[in-house]
Each structure stands twice: as C-alpha cells, then as structure tokens.
Design a protein around this ligand. Structure first.
Ligand code: SAH
Ligand code: SF4
Length: 342
C-alpha cells in the first residue's frame, strides 16, 4: 500500500475521477493533508463516510510509525526513529535554534556510498525511500509543531542516505512539499546535500529548482578525498568542482561545501589553502563541522583552535567559512550521523 503523500494533485484528481468522485474532493483531501495535517482517514470529517472508508482501504495512513524518540539535554534537538512498513528504520531530526525549526530528513534506509566516517555509510544500503515516505517525515513534525502554534522553517535533506542516488523520489518529494496547492513550503528554505554525484548535479542545475545545494567535499585533493569517500574515485575533484562552478554560474546561487574536520587528516592550513585555490572565484561558502566520532571510524574531531586556524586560512585566501556547532551531538543527531542503534 502506498501513502497519499506519494501522489501529486493531478494524480489524486485522476484517481478520484476514476472512483466517480467530484473534482473538488482532491483539493479537499489535500487541504486535510497539508493544511490540517490529518494523519488518519477518520480525521477527514468533511468527506462522506464511504469515501473515507475507501481511502482507508486504499492508502497507508501510517507509513512512518515513531518507534523511539530522543531529545538533547536542552530539549532543542529531537530525533525520531521511524519504523517503515517493511520493518526497516529511518530517522529524522528537528533542531530548534533561535526562531528556526530546522528539519533534517532521510532519503534512503542506509546508504550505498560507504563514506568511512559516516554511521549511515557504515550500515550499507537497505533501500530507497518513496517520495511519500520522504514527505511523511516533514508532515509528522509539521503536525507536532502546528499543535504548538509553530511551523517548520527550514528543511535540510541531510539525514540517512544519498539524495542524488534516489533522485526521482527525492525531487518528487521536494516538488510535493513546494506545491502551492499543498504544503507550499518555499524551495529556497530547502537544502539538499550530496556526496558529489556529478551527472545528478548537472541534471539538478538544468532543472532550475530554487532549492539550495550543498556538496560534501571534506578534502581538497583526490587521494585524500577518495580515502574518505569511495565515490570520489568515480568523480575526480576537477569534474566535481567544474559541475559546481557551472551550477553557481547558471543559477546565481551560492554552493555550500561541507567539511567534517578530522584532526590531522583534513584540518590543516595546507588543505584550506589548496581548497581556496581550487574554488577561486566561485560563488561558494564552506560549512565546517568537527567530526562526530562513530564506532566504525578511528578519526578524531578537530579541536576548536585547529578549526579556527582552518577557517582563518580559508578566509585569508578569500573563501568564507563557518564553523558549525555540534548541536544535539549527545543524541547522535548530527545530520548524516544518523544510525539505528540496538
Ligand atoms: N548523503 C548526503 C547527505 C547526508 S550526509 C551527503 O553525504 O552529503 C550529511 C552531511 O553529514 C554530509 O556532509 C556528510 O559528509 C556529513 N557527515 C556524515 N557523517 C559525519 C560525521 N560522523 N561527522 C560529521 N559530519 C558527517
Ligand atoms: Fe551516504 Fe552521505 Fe553518509 Fe556518505 S556521508 S555514506 S553519502 S549518507
């Protein structure tokens, strides 16, 4: 059984026409899903009983069952472990900071890319999520926040999985969330992070969504990068950075480069200067975050001082850099560090 979130409005309209329902029913259902955040067929009280029953028979209204929830000590970061219909698990994280409610969502159960320092990579690949399962993570938190008079302000597609390996479903989910007839979530407040699948970056550039792009770079030379991200062997830095340059030029949007700072590995001023020389003139920004240690990788997080030196070397060479705080670290809630425990 699929979920209603998997269908676009035209798809739902066509289905209801097949069922002999009037055209306005599809919009009524969308209203219930994306404005009232209904999560069961019973809640759609504006619909006739027979239609509610048919919806309940046809669609899965509980594609994600919350199986566990963890909150950071300050309560500002909440991670939910969801069970999928086939028994696999994924996670999504809500990070509340100042007036932002940023949601970090997953696109796959596990990940095939095998980045050595990533907990999800260490799990291996289980399966792609459907577009509905991706949307459902957002609607779960949207409903919770709505009950508190709040809303999701930003979405980062940085949870479990590689979004560009599950390109079609991820973009269908983004388009669904963005649809003005539905949740109407601004594309500019969505950021997708990729490990650097060049053909998908080129396709993404051509499709011209207003969504922000982040690239997991982590190293400024091919040998070091390939030692951390196996997929780097298929896409050398020159090709990757050329695709990023073309993206920035074509869209006028700034590319974010992500950099997990690992002591003595990629946090040296030499790496910073090499990176600066390679991205010279590109509309970009580096987001550096001290490594979150994982069971399967021996690297250590960079100290505050070394992180500041890395940032200074980059900025001295003209590349803006932010050192991100490790928020929610005690619940393993950093994006991309999500893994099912036990
Ligand atoms: N697959 C995508 C998106 C999910 S990972 C990607 O790789 O970009 C989101 C970010 O978290 C990536 O930049 C990833 O490299 C980073 N990350 C993964 N494990 C990490 C860890 N243990 N410490 C710090 N950052 C990590
Ligand atoms: Fe997959 Fe991203 Fe983790 Fe690499 S860092 S294994 S691409 S989730």
């Amino acid at each position: 059984m699929t979920t209603l979130y998997t269908l676009s409005l035209p798809e739902l309209t066509a289905l209801l026409a097949d069922w002999g329902e009037p055209a306005y029913r599809a919009r009524q259902i969308w209203e219930g899903l994306y404005h009232h955040f209904y999560a069961s067929a019973d809640e759609f009280t504006a619909l006739p009983k027979a239609l509610r029953a048919r919806l309940a028979e046809t669609f899965d209204f509980a594609p994600l069952v919350p199986a566990a929830q963890l909150a950071s000590k300050d309560g500002q970061t909440v991670k939910t472990l969801f069970r999928l219909p086939d028994g696999l698990h994924i996670e999504a994280v809500l990070m509340r900071y100042e007036r932002r409610n940023t949601l970090c969502i997953s696109t796959q159960a596990g990940c095939a890319m095998g980045c050595v320092f990533c907990a999800t990579g260490q799990m291996g690949f289980q399966r792609h999520l459907t577009s509905g399962e991706i949307v459902a993570q957002v609607m779960y938190y949207a409903r919770q926040l709505h009950e508190q008079g709040e809303r999701v302000t930003n979405i980062v597609v940085m949870g479990m999985g590689e979004p560009f390996h599950n390109y079609d479903n991820t973009m269908a989910a983004v388009d669904r969330l963005n649809d003005p007839a539905g949740y109407n979530f601004g594309a500019r407040r969505i950021t997708i992070s990729t490990v650097g699948l060049v053909p998908a970056i080129r396709r993404f550039t051509q499709e011209r969504r207003q969504v922000n792009l982040a690239i997991s770079l982590h190293a400024a030379d091919d040998a070091l990068r390939a030692s951390m991200l196996p997929v780097a062997k298929a896409y050398p830095l020159d090709e990757l950075l050329a695709a990023c340059r073309d993206y920035a030029a074509a869209t006028g949007r700034r590319v974010t480069f992500e950099w997990a700072l690992i002591e003595g590995v990629n946090d040296t001023p030499e790496q910073a200067r090499l990176l600066a020389s390679k991205v010279k003139g590109m509309l970009c920004h580096v987001n550096a975050i001290p490594l979150n240690p994982t069971a399967g990788y021996g690297g250590k997080a960079t100290s505050r001082e070394r992180a500041e030196r890395f940032k200074a070397a980059l900025e001295g060479a003209g590349v803006p850099c932010t050192i991100r705080l490790r928020r929610g670290i005690e619940i393993q809630a950093g994006c991309g560090q999500l893994a099912v425990r036990g």
